[in-house]
Design a protein around this ligand. Structure first.
Ligand code: PLP
Length: 366
């Protein structure tokens, strides 16, 4: 059969206009650089654990669809996370997929998603791609929740879903608990759901996991990406059983591969190793903060995550200077284009050696 129109015309006809005009999620090329741009755990596994992982993966039945492996991971994570009684847990191929499943499940007519901004970009992106309204409520210039604006937005927009980054990416902070309590109550009164995104849980001093038990409209979402398995893609969503049962219906049945599942079970069997790594990263975070505080013209913001937000005099110059010196961070102000983030860089906490390189590169690039 003859093709009658050039591909560009076909694309113009069949691909959504809004998809054609977006750029997609940009990932920086990190070849040859110290990679401190994506909140990855910098530590590899000790050789004996590498061998054990290899042996375990070699025994996995890759000819079968993942069924029992998914159930095993749900059980292991429920224990690891100390899931409260009456609650359930479901799996996503990373929490990015869970965010998308929530958009699908909550796409009732007129549904709105709400989140403070600047925040994690996938909330907005998923809403857009799934055709839901998204309302971003600006944080204050100090990156605190704007209590009045948040409560007014909840009242006025009656969002189906409100996302709270706990702590928030890229501002790294846990917000005022009293304000969060008010928001949770207000969303409850409007018959909506609140999702606490705890992607940075290993580095954070607080969690909503146990508090969720007494609020049936609250969900807690976590991921093993920042824990140390970014390459494995494993996210989990926790909430009251009846609610998780509903969201579970939109989960693609085989979304977590048997290899991802086995790697997750392996990591949870060695949770002590990952806990040591997280402790090192928390200590390194404090070392970085101390170093950054001495730099003239630099403001570093408090962090409950494995990243630090810095405001520098000229973010473009500093970002490029650091890159020229072999250290890749994120020019988050430029990437998100949010006015509150003008001249802000986001730095991932690396190994002690990487962090020393980062401090030196930063000093030389201001
Ligand atoms: C990294 C991150 C995620 C996504 O994690 P994946 O499980 O890798 O998809 C979700 N939320 C926040 C706030 C993040 O920073």
């Amino acid at each position: 059969m003859a093709e009658t129109v050039p591909l560009q015309q076909r694309i113009a006809r069949v691909i959504r206009q809004d998809v054609q005009s977006t750029h997609g999620y940009a990932i920086q090329d990190s070849k040859g650089l110290v990679k401190l741009d994506a909140m990855e755990n910098p530590f590899g596994l000790p050789a004996p654990l590498q061998r054990e992982l290899g042996e375990r993966l070699s025994r996995v039945a890759i000819n079968r669809y993942p069924v029992q492996s998914t159930a095993d991971v749900v059980a292991a994570l429920s224990r690891y996370a100390q899931l409260p009684a009456g609650c359930k847990l479901m799996l996503g191929n990373g929490s990015d997929e869970l965010i998308d499943m929530l958009s699908v499940a909550c796409d009732v007519p007129g549904a709105t998603l709400l989140a403070p901004e600047p925040g994690f970009v996938m909330y907005r992106m998923s809403a857009q791609l799934r055709g839901l309204r998204f309302v971003g409520v600006p944080l204050t210039p100090e990156f605190e929740l704007d209590r009045a604006a948040m409560l007014a937005a909840v009242e006025h927009e009656r969002p189906a879903l409100t996302y709270i980054g706990y702590p928030n990416n890229p501002t790294c902070n846990l917000w005022d608990d009293a304000v969060i309590d008010e928001i949770v109550a207000a969303v409850g009164a409007q018959n909506g759901l609140v999702v606490f995104d705890e992607a940075y849980q290993p580095f954070s001093s607080r969690t909503w996991m146990q508090r969720m038990a007494s609020h049936d409209h609250v969900l807690v979402m976590r991921t093993l990406s920042k824990f140390g398995l970014a390459g494995v893609r494993l996210g989990y969503l926790c909430g009251h059983a009846a609610l998780i049962d509903e969201v579970e219906k939109v989960r693609p049945p085989y979304n977590v591969s048997v290899l991802n599942a086995e790697a997750t079970l392996f990591a949870l069997d060695h949770a002590d190793e990952y806990a040591r790594q997280a402790a090192t990263l928390r200590a390194e975070r404090e070392r970085l903060q101390t170093a950054f505080r001495t730099l003239p013209g630099v403001r570093s913001y408090p962090s409950e995550a494995n990243m630090i937000l810095l405001r520098v005099p000229d973010a473009k110059r500093t970002f490029e200077g650091m890159k020229a010196r072999g250290v890749l961070v994120k020019n988050i102000g430029a990437a998100l284009g949010h006015p509150l983030l003008a001249n802000c860089l986001r730095l991932t906490v690396g190994t002690p050696q990487e962090n020393t390189l980062m401090i030196d590169a930063l000093k030389a690039s201001l």
